[in-house]
Design a binder for this molecule. Structure first.
Ligand code: NAX
Length: 304
């Protein structure tokens, strides 16, 4: 039997956490033959609720689940983890300045980066879900210099999957018959996905309007897809979208965490090269890079 993989979920008492941990425990993220130990982190005001989630995980009797650590201690949460899914963060509340929200998230991601750097397993793979996802991932990279930058990513797979879903609905074909859409750049309203741009951009808002809560099951599912493809590889001829550290491909400034089309094999992603970018797309790629540079500057101004 395989050794268990330790998977950290921060913000595990939240909405996405509640949808995500059972998927991980059921093998949706790492495969049906891969035992897992869940590490769940949240903050003290959510400790009781986090413990409730742990009780439910016990009650679900998942055969693959070999242990659960539920804690408000960052070091305990990060110790020995092979995969870290960072869902916890400080949400933007009405009337709050962007800079104040950024500053809260910068301080969270700075301290969690240090804990991961010191205590995670070697070669830990990190996925940042919490918004601003690209920039939180960049801060994490800065403060965990010994974690290779290729191991740090952010989630744009939800936008990618939304685009697949919209195309399948519009063309009346199965979603499994649609592939290779691309999300470029930021998980935000400047992203580009070729077609159905505004529907995909506004899908999050449409879900909030309908559910009075933001997307959770689709976000959790996308996080599983992101890690599964990263660890187990993309099918031949298929690419997916991941927010990764830019190497300057497609003239995207190096040093941003930017969403690119990637293929994966042997636990490593590679940016798909040589796709042709028309003038319309070029403008969008540049606009989303510009937005991310501006966000990066804002984040750095919160450091010190
Ligand atoms: P919730 O508010 O339900 O849950 C967030 C949880 O994080 C809470 O339990 C909170 O106590 C915890 N938390 C706060 N600070 C923490 C810290 N320092 N350490 C550990 N835990 C901490 O939000 P939810 O709906 O689950 O969304 C989570 C995050 O995902 C948000 O930032 C949201 O904006 C982001 N999203 C990102 C998406 C993406 O595609 N990248 C899509 C979905 C989602 O909106």
């Amino acid at each position: 039997a395989k050794d268990p993989v330790r998977v950290l979920v921060t913000g595990a008492a939240g909405q996405i956490g509640y949808a995500l941990v059972p998927m991980i425990a059921r093998g949706v993220m790492l495969g049906p033959d891969q035992p897992v130990i869940l590490h769940m982190l949240d903050i003290p005001p959510a400790a009781e609720s986090l413990n409730g989630v742990k009780m439910e995980l016990v009650d679900a009797a998942f055969p693959l689940l070999k242990g659960v650590v539920a804690t408000t201690d960052v070091v305990e949460a990060c110790t020995g983890v092979n995969i870290a899914v960072m869902v916890g963060g400080f949400p933007r509340k009405e009337g709050m300045e962007r800079k104040d929200v950024m500053s809260k998230n910068v301080s969270i991601y700075k301290s969690q980066a240090s804990a991961l750097e010191k205590h995670a397993a070697a070669n830990c793979k990190v996925l940042v879900v919490a918004n601003p996802a690209n920039t939180n991932a960049l801060i994490l990279k800065e403060y965990a210099p010994s974690i290779p930058e290729k191991n740090i990513s952010c989630l744009t797979r939800l936008d990618h999957n939304r685009a697949l879903g919209q195309i399948s609905e519009r063309l009346k074909v199965q979603v499994s018959d649609v592939k290779n859409v691309i999300i470029w750049g930021n998980h935000s309203s400047t992203q580009l996905n070729g077609e159905f741009i505004s529907t995909v951009q506004q899908r999050g808002a449409a879900i909030i309007k309908a559910r009075k809560l933001s997307s959770a099951l689709s976000a959790a599912s996308a996080a599983c897809d992101h890690i599964r493809d990263w660890v187990l590889g993309t099918p031949q001829g298929t690419f997916v979208s991941m927010g990764v550290y830019s190497d300057g491909s497609y003239n995207v400034p190096a040093g941003l965490i930017y969403s690119f089309p990637v293929t994966t094999a042997n636990g490593e992603w590679k940016i798909v090269q040589g796709l042709s970018i028309d003038e319309f797309s070029r403008k969008k790629l540049d606009a989303t890079a510009e937005e991310l540079s501006e966000e990066k500057n804002l984040a750095y101004s919160c450091l010190s």
